[in-house]
Design a protein around this ligand. Structure first.
Ligand SMILES: Cc1ncc(COP(=O)(O)O)c(C=O)c1O
Length: 480
């Protein structure tokens, strides 16, 4: 779109900023405005250099307080999306904005890349859903329903069904070393919901900022902001996040210690201890997103960081990778002080999570079927990973593959001077390949001129489609 000047009279109309939907989804005014503006910058509707209206004009236009606009501009300036200079107003930052890898999103949808149209789907974040154990799930559902007491179908505890909390207590202790009990576990509809509830609880106890890893999952960042917290990124290196940069401002830090998402490094033992020390000294929390902790290939799984201090580390786990994202089943192991505040927010959100799937998962875990399924998936994904590595070694030896000891995705780093990332993504799209660039995962834009890198979800395609997807990927990289 053309330059937008301060003579705007109908800002909302010109930009199609839809605060209404965001407000209806529970976002505060400031968070809704920030989110709408950020999205407009990210998807290019607000081009670099575009001058934004004054806070007073925009406030009047949208019928909101000027201060709300000042705060939203301030946050987006801090994140690097906007430039604010005394005397010359606020403009969209003049630096490359990561291109979305696929066609523009529909307004109001979750900030997820589109996947439907692509012939080859190598986006990260999903398992091979053709592996879902349909027969075992049906059998477990039948057994669970046949034996459930009538009261199981009534309104119940916001923490979730006791059967699942008991099963998870034992499972998580055995497999991930988590130290919890059924009274400290809360079942939620995804880590996404759990994170939103946690952020809202932290905000209620005075937090205003959440520290996040500099690369992460943009939809999670949106959830944090919708709960009223700002994000402050921590740099990463091969030992994970630089947690020694944590100061007094964040109310908590969100980490992916077992397998940094998306770069793949595990958080070193020293840094785990340091983050816990920070949380104790500052009366803060660590949120451990253990999204793919069961999938480690080359050595024993790293235990959960939560075991270092269950009163300072919130453990978040999910069935999204081990079973299917569509189940919307996840769990939080909470410190004592957070159980009641988070449970209260869960009641406000949706009373409690649906019971039948909880009972089924409990049955699947206690019968040992879940363990067998995870073992089978681990072998399957390990084979996939090895196929990816072999194909790249043969057809694209200039590409460095990292983050492959665990999980369901890898990062492919191209040498300096290769085709720039936005161009590479455009070519991928033209070739029917759906994937994400590393820059899409940035928590805030950076001036650093990083060589192009791709995040490849090698679990995503079903078996029959994987060889063709690999071939298309290698062809793309060969020409890069
Ligand atoms: C880093 C990370 N955390 C958590 C999740 C799972 O989120 P949910 O349980 O809401 O599906 C994912 C799934 O893609 C992820 O990539």
């Amino acid at each position: 779109m053309g330059p937008v000047t301060s003579s705007w009279t109908s800002f909302g109309g010109d930009l199609h900023l839809d605060l209404t939907e965001r407000r209806a989804a529970g976002a505060g005014l400031r968070a809704a405005l920030e989110d709408a503006l950020r999205e407009a910058v990210q998807d290019g509707r607000l081009a670099p250099g575009t001058r934004l209206p004054s806070s007073r004009a925009l406030g009047e236009d949208l019928g909101i307080a000027r201060n709300t606009v000042v705060e939203a501009y301030g946050q987006l300036t801090a994140e690097g999306w906007l430039d604010s200079r005394q005397g010359s107003g606020t403009t969209v930052a003049r630096r490359a904005v990561p291109e979305p890898p696929a066609p523009a999103r529909r307004a109001g949808t979750r900030t997820m890349p589109q996947r439907q149209a692509a012939r080859h789907d190598l986006t990260s974040g999903r398992p091979d859903i053709s592996l879902f154990p349909r027969t075992a799930w049906l059998a477990a559902a039948r057994r669970a329903l046949a034996t459930a007491p009538h009261e199981a179908l009534d309104y119940g505890s916001p923490l979730g069904r006791i059967e699942l909390r008991q099963a998870l207590t034992h499972y998580l202790a055995r497999v991930r070393g988590v130290r919890t009990d059924p009274d400290h576990l809360l079942i939620c509809t995804g880590v996404t919901q759990g994170l939103g509830l946690l952020c809202a609880a932290l905000r209620n106890r005075g937090a205003r900022t959440l520290a996040v890893e500099e690369y992460g999952l943009p939809p999670q960042h949106a959830v944090v902001r919708a709960a009223g917290l700002t994000t402050t990124p921590l740099p990463l290196d091969e030992d994970g996040a630089l947690v020694d940069r944590l100061d007094t401002r964040p109310g908590a830090v969100l980490l992916t210690p077992a397998h940094q998402y998306p770069t793949g490094a595990p958080l070193s033992a020293d840094r785990r201890a340091e983050a816990v020390r920070w949380a104790r000294e500052q009366d803060r929390y660590v949120i451990e997103d253990d999204y793919d902790g069961e999938f480690r290939y080359d050595r024993q799984p790293l235990g959960a960081m939560q075991a270092l201090d269950p009163e300072r580390v919130v453990y978040a786990g999910t069935a999204a990778k081990s079973l299917a994202p569509g189940l919307r089943l996840a769990w939080l192991a909470l410190p004592d002080a957070l159980v009641e505040p988070v449970a209260r927010l869960k009641v406000l959100a949706d009373t409690m999570s649906p019971v039948l799937d909880q009972l089924t998962l409990a049955e699947l875990i206690t019968s040992g079927t879940y363990d067998r399924h995870v073992r089978r998936c681990r072998l399957h994904y390990r084979r996939r990973r090895d196929q990816l590595i072999a194909a790249l070694a043969e057809h694209a030896p200039h590409v460095r593959v990292t983050g492959i000891a665990a999980g369901l995705h890898a990062v492919l780093q191209l040498p300096p001077g290769s085709t720039p990332e936005p161009e590479l993504l455009a070519r991928a799209q033209a070739a029917g390949l759906s994937l994400n660039g590393l820059a899409w995962h940035l928590a805030a834009p950076t001036d650093a001129d990083a060589p192009p890198a791709l995040v490849i979800g090698y679990a995503t395609p079903p078996d029959h489609a994987f060889p063709a997807a690999l071939q298309a990927l290698c062809e793309l990289l060969r020409r890069a």
